[in-house]
Design a protein around this ligand. Structure first.
Ligand code: ADP
Ligand code: ASP
Ligand code: MG
Length: 416
């Protein structure tokens, strides 16, 4: 059993979907589970729908229509016959989305978000499944919500592993090609939940774990895991092999090529993870496995833009102690801040965060009740794993450094 994950970039238009078929034909697809994300930037487009809904914006219907048109254009390109069942299936999904918004009474943003956002993956998996069937690549379409059960911490739901394992054991047929949605699950009331942005990699790992799969392959628009994000660094080099531990570190510090939650389930069962290019499916890509720290052994660079540096000191200049720190972390959790680096001295506590859910103002208001707060927005967080003197100097050059932290293996800089 092998698990493939195709992300948004790999199915962003009709040509890419045809390329997915090409990948399957080259690699083989016997006893395979395919996990797909939403097409292209659909998730962002659906986030706008949710925002319009809560803002009671006049743009609500047109924002839904935009998402529909995007998919319909892909359908028209993929299927000659407009009477094909897939057109109806996709329209029905969009009608379900509208019906949900018409009927909804819940004021809970996170709940509504998950009910709406899930349509991206439901639509993409329907299209991919029908397209493959049409090409005689017979497959079974699965609704992932019948398999992956979670709590109701909407937008970053936690997997109920026991229930998920039970359902996979009972209802998953390994001996065929299966297609399902990444990123989604369902709670005990069967409402849709999501596993956190970019969570489809994690879905692939959850299935692989529960199925004792032989491998997971995530298909990307890059040759594999590189030692730096090619969007920001020139001459990024391919890493042939890296250990789970190293990959966990890279993902933790923000190497967005692998979702951080993906690695632990795979490591536990020593299931290898391949990161490969959907443009060159026969390329070696990167293998993440138990052995090999890092091959080649070179420094790795990670940058996270659009971070926020918050510094706190007590209003009466007393020390920042355990009690304050636990209060600060409770608030960071409450407002779903992603912490990149922390540093504390006797009277100041600094934390660099990513405001994934636009909660910064509320967090700052809350903190100001107890602390003197300074906040610098739009900073960058650079991390170098396995830094050398040369790379350290190169990184620091020409930058306004707001915070620096060095451990034996890792250097982090917050810069403006
Ligand atoms: P998906 O289509 O699966 O959602 P992503 O866009 O999330 O794919 O991930 C692929 C992107 O990750 C690449 O285009 C690249 O810009 C970025 N990336 C960041 N860090 C790295 C890295 N270390 N190696 C390779 N790609 C990286
Ligand atoms: N579609 C989701 C997102 O864009 C999940 C994923 O792509 O992994 O966040
Ligand atoms: Mg992605």
């Amino acid at each position: 059993m092998q698990v493939f994950k195709f992300g948004g970039a790999s199915i962003k238009d009709a040509k890419s979907v045809k390329n997915l078929v090409n990948v399957l034909n080259k690699t083989g697809y016997k006893d395979t589970l395919i996990v797909v994300s939403a097409m292209g930037k659909t998730t962002n487009a659906l986030e706008i729908v949710v925002k319009n809904y809560f803002d009671q914006s006049k743009q609500l219907q047109s924002s839904i229509q935009d998402v529909f048109k995007f998919h319909n254009a892909i359908l028209l390109d993929l299927f000659d016959n407009e009477k094909h069942e897939v057109f109806k299936k996709v329209s029905t999904l969009f009608n379900d989305l509208k019906a949900f918004l018409d009927r909804n009474k819940s004021p809970d943003y996170n709940f509504v978000y998950d009910q709406v956002i899930g349509f991206g993956e439901l639509v993409s998996s329907t299209i991919v499944s029908e397209c493959l069937n049409d090409l005689n690549i017979k497959n079974r379409y699965l609704d992932v919500r019948e398999f992956i059960k979670t709590d109701n911490y909407y937008r970053t739901a936690n997997v109920n592993w026991e229930e998920t394992q039970k359902r996979i054991n009972a209802n998953f047929n390994r001996n065929q090609l299966n297609i399902t949605q990444g990123f989604l699950g369902s709670d005990s009331n069967n409402f849709t939940t999501t596993l956190g942005r970019e969570g489809s990699d994690y879905t692939a790992a959850i299935f692989a774990y529960c199925l004792n799969a032989e491998s997971v392959t995530i298909w990307k628009d890059v040759p594999g895991v590189l030692n730096a994000d090619p969007r920001y660094f020139e001459n990024a080099q391919l890493l042939n092999r890296i250990s789970y531990r190293e990959a966990i570190e890279l993902a933790f510090y923000g190497a967005s090529v692998i979702h951080p939650k993906t690695l632990q389930p795979l490591q536990r069962k020593e299931i290898p993870l391949y990161v490969k290019s959907f443009l060159n499916p026969e390329g070696k890509g990167t293998m993440v496995c138990k052995e090999a720290g890092l091959d080649p052994q070179i420094p790795c660079f990670i940058v996270k833009k659009n971070q926020v540096l918050i510094s706190l000191s007590s209003l009466d200049f007393s020390y920042i102690v355990e009690e304050n720190i636990s209060e600060i972390f409770k608030l960071l959790h409450l407002y779903k801040m992603k912490v990149g680096v922390i540093q504390n001295s006797a009277i100041t506590f600094s934390v660099c965060v990513e405001d994934l859910y636009q909660n910064l103002n509320e967090l700052l208001q809350h903190l100001k009740a107890t602390f003197k707060v300074t906040c610098i927005e739009d900073v960058s967080l650079y991390t170098i794993r396995h830094y050398t003197e040369a790379t350290k100097a190169q990184m620091e050059k020409d930058k306004e450094i707001l915070l620096k932290q060095l451990t034996q293996e890792t250097m982090q800089l917050v810069t403006k």
